[in-house]
Design a protein. Structure first.
Length: 385
């Protein structure tokens, strides 16, 4: 037996980056491109590890894009196995996840109490996203899945959440929460790509399929974006895991420019983008010099014009680095929050995690999940179980 599994996650259908309909459409087109590539690549089944949608109430076009994509897979006799991510579900309501609309004999929702087998020797289990404040419940549920799968030769666990070893701000799972005895851990949630050994198995984050934030750009340049191909070869008793890279059609260009060289650098950018078929996104930071932002924007308009879909420009006429903070240019919002909390409260991991989690959800925005995170924190620390 040789089984080829396509694993992807974090497609975030319905996300409208910077309020641009063109960017929303990029996410739809990307989803279609990946589905078509999976079909052409003769995969036997598909796993989606959560955050199919940007929100639990996706726009109609997002629902139709997902439905039509999965129908194409099913029409080629390719079954689909999915879990819900934190963006797919409302934490404090009985509202169904939108994936439930597609459920049928070929489209399987993997959750507590629902496991599946392929060819009688490949076991698939998993959990929908559960708040990181419930580690004990996650451990118990995951161990139940482990027990169900013990007699199978190959075992796959699908989860949505981060581990600190991959992202210090994504700590949905503690190391001991995730059980051993699985051959492949099909993960979602972290948008960067990772393939790593984990408890005698292989753990993989296939990464997001599109650039949801500019923080993902460095990883995209290094590791690409697309999906992951998992090949189980029973004759060789081997599992091979390889990322499949499908280059993005729209370029995302980040530049830091010193004001005295503004015109020179803008001309270079113009030369780089003027012949592109798809207008790029430009993220510019102009610094060092005595200037007004209006002058910078006027010069950008003069040289770049409408050759970019979006131009986001930050102007810092002077640079003042606060005492005690090194590498100011590389300071992320999360790190800034952590520094302030450590200064005011000391190294309180609970408050640091609460604050950075709230920042992440509210910047999306995902007010429902932010409220749930806050409620969980105060229940746990000030009167809850």
């Amino acid at each position: 037996m040789k089984l080829r599994i396509a694993h992807f996650a974090d497609t975030h259908l319905g996300y409208r980056q910077y309020g641009l309909s063109e960017r929303e459409n990029d996410f739809y087109e990307r989803f279609d491109e990946i589905i078509d590539h999976m079909i052409d690549n003769d995969v036997d089944c598909v796993i989606h590890s959560g955050d199919l949608f940007e929100s639990p109430k996706p726009p109609i076009k997002a629902l139709l894009t997902a439905q039509q994509g999965f129908m194409r897979l099913v029409s080629h006799n390719i079954p689909v196995y999915v879990i819900a991510g934190n963006h797919d579900k409302m934490q404090k309501s009985n509202t169904e996840i939108p994936q439930r609309l597609f459920e049928n004999e070929h489209f399987h929702i993997v959750e507590k109490g629902k496991t599946y087998t392929i060819n009688d020797d490949v076991f698939i289990g998993g959990l929908q996203y559960i708040s990181p404040n419930y580690q004990e419940q996650i451990t118990n549920f995951a161990n139940e899945i482990k027990q169900k799968g013990e007699s199978y030769k190959y075992k796959i666990l699908i989860l949505h959440g981060g581990l600190e070893k991959f992202d210090q701000y994504s700590k949905e799972f503690e190391l001991n929460t995730i059980p051993d005895n699985f051959d492949y851990y099909a993960m979602g949630h972290i948008h960067k790509r990772y393939i790593s050994s984990f408890k005698d198995g292989i753990m993989c984050y296939p990464g997001s399929t599109e650039l949801r934030t500019k923080k993902e750009l460095d990883d995209y340049k290094k590791n690409g974006k697309g999906y992951t191909l998992v090949t189980i070869d029973d004759e060789k008793d081997d599992i091979d895991v390889q990322h499949v890279n499908l280059p993005l059609k729209r370029k995302y260009i980040i530049k830091k420019i010193k004001y005295p060289k503004l015109e020179e650098k803008l001309v270079e950018i113009n030369d780089e983008i003027k012949d592109l078929e798809v207008k790029p996104i430009l993220d510019l930071t102009v610094k060092e010099g005595d200037f007004e932002k209006s002058d910078v924007l006027e010069k950008i308009d003069e040289i770049i014009g409408d050759k970019a879909l979006s131009i986001r420009c930050i102007c810092n006429p002077t640079i003042t680095e606060p005492d005690g903070i090194e590498n100011w240019d590389n300071l992320t919002p999360e790190k800034a929050l952590e520094n302030r909390i450590i200064k005011d409260y000391g190294e309180n991991e609970g408050i640091i995690h609460l604050t950075t989690s709230l920042y992440h959800e509210l910047s999306i925005p995902n007010e429902e999940e932010a409220l749930h995170i806050a409620d969980d924190y105060f229940e746990k620390n000030y009167g809850g179980e």
